[in-house]
Design a protein around this ligand. Sequence first.
Ligand SMILES: [Ca+2]
Ligand SMILES: [Ca+2]
Ligand SMILES: [Ca+2]
Length: 284
Amino acid sequence: MHIFLGTPDGAFSKPTTIRGTDDKPLIMQSKDNPSPNPKERIKSAPFPIDLNDDGLLDLVSGNSFGTFAFFPATEKGKFNPEPIWLKGPDGQKLRTKAGDSGPTFIDWDRDGDMDLISGSGGSGVFLFKNIGTKKEPQFEKALNLIPPFRLSREDDDEEKMPPRVLGIDHIKAPNVSWRVSIIDFNNDGKLDLIVGDRQFLHLKNESLTLEDANQKLAKWQVKYDAFEKNSKASKLDFDNEDNWTPAEQKIWEDYLDGADQLDAEYEKFAQETALGFVWLYLQN
Ligand SMILES: [Ca+2]
Ligand SMILES: [Ca+2]
Ligand SMILES: [Ca+2]
């Protein structure tokens, strides 16, 4: 984790590494668990907040796995190197359903303490209400502010990837990789959600008419659906990738090879491109 300090002229300094009291770079680690999930150590998403109300700004970071690492400050700008993992009433770590936690804090229920809100790598906005005190926050398990429509790959059985549609006009809602900010956008006294996402756009090759491209897409989609249905890849445990058996690795390699072939066929009539939109959810 790094900080870009503001300069008097409104610019920013070069990044400085944020360090623990042991002077080592702050990382999401866990001494009580010598082999933590590697996804808990990557894609840090730090949010500054004085979470224990001692006058020192602390950090809470999200990660690829979807949990939340709390680094209390012991002095200004120096943090306990060992994070406290935020846990729910059942003693389990708080976690967004499809990973990629990105914490933001606000007093959502206006009871005087800061509540935790996060998007996820799938979709949806999750609220973890603070039911503790200002000095000792305690969080309830997740409530859906916006219910997720797509969960992690292994939960996807009933909610398949939506079929591809050419063009941009059909896009009416956020897709995946939700990042959330909170503000009363329309100044009506109710907090609103601003969501950033990742969309996959499918644009036909310019040489084809839309009708031709749609016909080719329909044929391709049948082939793709059969491939997804027959592959065992969706049964793999993606939280445990490093410990896959050779047979499981083979399933994944075969899946990737098959997907590459389908991609090559797809690119003969259309191109997939990714970009992010910004969406506003006004609270009723
Ligand atoms: Ca503090
Ligand atoms: Ca609150
Ligand atoms: Ca509002």
